[in-house]
Ligand binder design. Sequence first.
Ligand code: MSP
Length: 509
Amino acid sequence: MKPRFYLTTPIYYVNDAPHIGHAYTTLACDVLARFKRLDGHEVFFLTGTDEHGQKVEKAAHDAGQEPKAFTDKVSANFRDLARVMGISNDDFIRTTEPRHYAACAAMWQRLADNGALYLGHYEGWYAVRDEAFYGEDELTTGPDGVKRAPSGAPVEWVREPSWFFRLSEWGPKLLDFYDAHPDFIGPASRRNEVTSFVRGGLTDLSVSRTSFKWGVPVPNDPDHVMYVWLDALTNYITATGWPEDGPRAKFWPADLHMVGKDIVRFHAVYWPAFLMAAGLAPPKRVYAHGWWTNEGQKISKSLGNVIDPLALVAEFGLDPVRFFLLREVPFGQDGDFSRAALNRRLNGDLANDLGNLAQRTLAFIAKNLAPEVPAPGAFTPADTALLDAARALVGTLRTELDRQAFHAALEAVWVVVRAANAYIAEQAPWALRKTDLARMGTVLWVLLETIRHVAVLLQPFMPTSMANMLDQLGQGEGARMLVALETPLAAGTALPPPAPIFAKVEMAA
Ligand code: MSP
């Protein structure tokens, strides 16, 4: 039986157009999903849209549309983004779908049956932008007199009848759970943030609203709609077919919820508490990545510096953008998007290092040898050193990607790419052509074998370019899984005519 891997992106609010932050989370998940598939796993990769709540209702109203028509349109933009970014999701969930209403109703019922809910009255601060409740002590008042949440979102005073979830009872159980599962939250800085929040004491959570209608109705209490975060988080289990015992039920609990740092509390505190209270297993891991700034500035609509991922892909090509986003910034930390950095990565890492390595090797063979993989002779220590480094990569990538260290995985690959370029310079196959053809064949075989490892392992990051590179290495569809790296490259494999894979980009003046 294949090992299974279930991973999710956050579901995106449909109040606005997709931007770089959405593309980033989804892309990171896509790389993991593709890697796990190549590594023989049965993967279920979910993304989708979060369509209820006051914020979306307001956006629809501002656009002069009914919420349903509005969300249909904006949700489609997120689907398009996934297509343009080459995302390999297995499902796309919308919280307005009947399957999700059914799961939300079942979740509510379980919580109610288990005594986790009670009817009361909420009075306090609410930030529509975050769809979150805040305590007075968390707020600051700006020079404009506006009270704001730590996220910067303005808050308003809310007073209404509400159902509550007995979150206050879950503190000690959550802390035990974090202790027993040290990998539940990554990176470590977020884990500390969450545990200190929980240690600070939890208050009961308002989980229904009565002042607007755009939400999942509370069973048996039609004046209430569910709090949008209870509704939204439930999507992760809806998609497994829950509460039915369908073919996807086996995927729960999820292996990984990938989120941005701003929504860790919902995923690492509320969600496991809801699940445990409902008698369901919590997910295995929540990983929070950092936020992008644009040329040093916070990205915001009011500053007019939102980065459109579609425009980036149109300008630089998909694979270079995918590579840049995961290479430039250590995953988990905040990072800055700049065109200079993008150009540097594309020209340096892709065109000069990787592109040249493949191009020099393949063009040299095409010019000087029969168009096939040469047979190697005995290996020198230099050959063995490069081959060992290339063969160790698969293990390194497994480890690094299991801890969501995309940048470290890529850096490890580039250590080998740079070593291979140094090896070409040292071995000088062009000189061997005149003195020792057998040795030249061995050197080229070592290079092809190294490039094959690199290309197979980089497929999740740059699917199209690496498919092209593997085509040029004569490696068909059947030879691209990680397991294929356990067998050495076969001499005599036909090599089609080579063509450059990465173009250099010109710096705009
Ligand atoms: N709808 C909720 C999630 C519900 S999950 C059950 C939500 N949606 S969102 O559309 O506002 O944000 C989605 C993701 O985009 C978050 O993970 C957030 O961290 C991420 N980003 C938003 N701006 C970002 C950057 N500038 N940089 C990186 N990621 C950013 O929250």
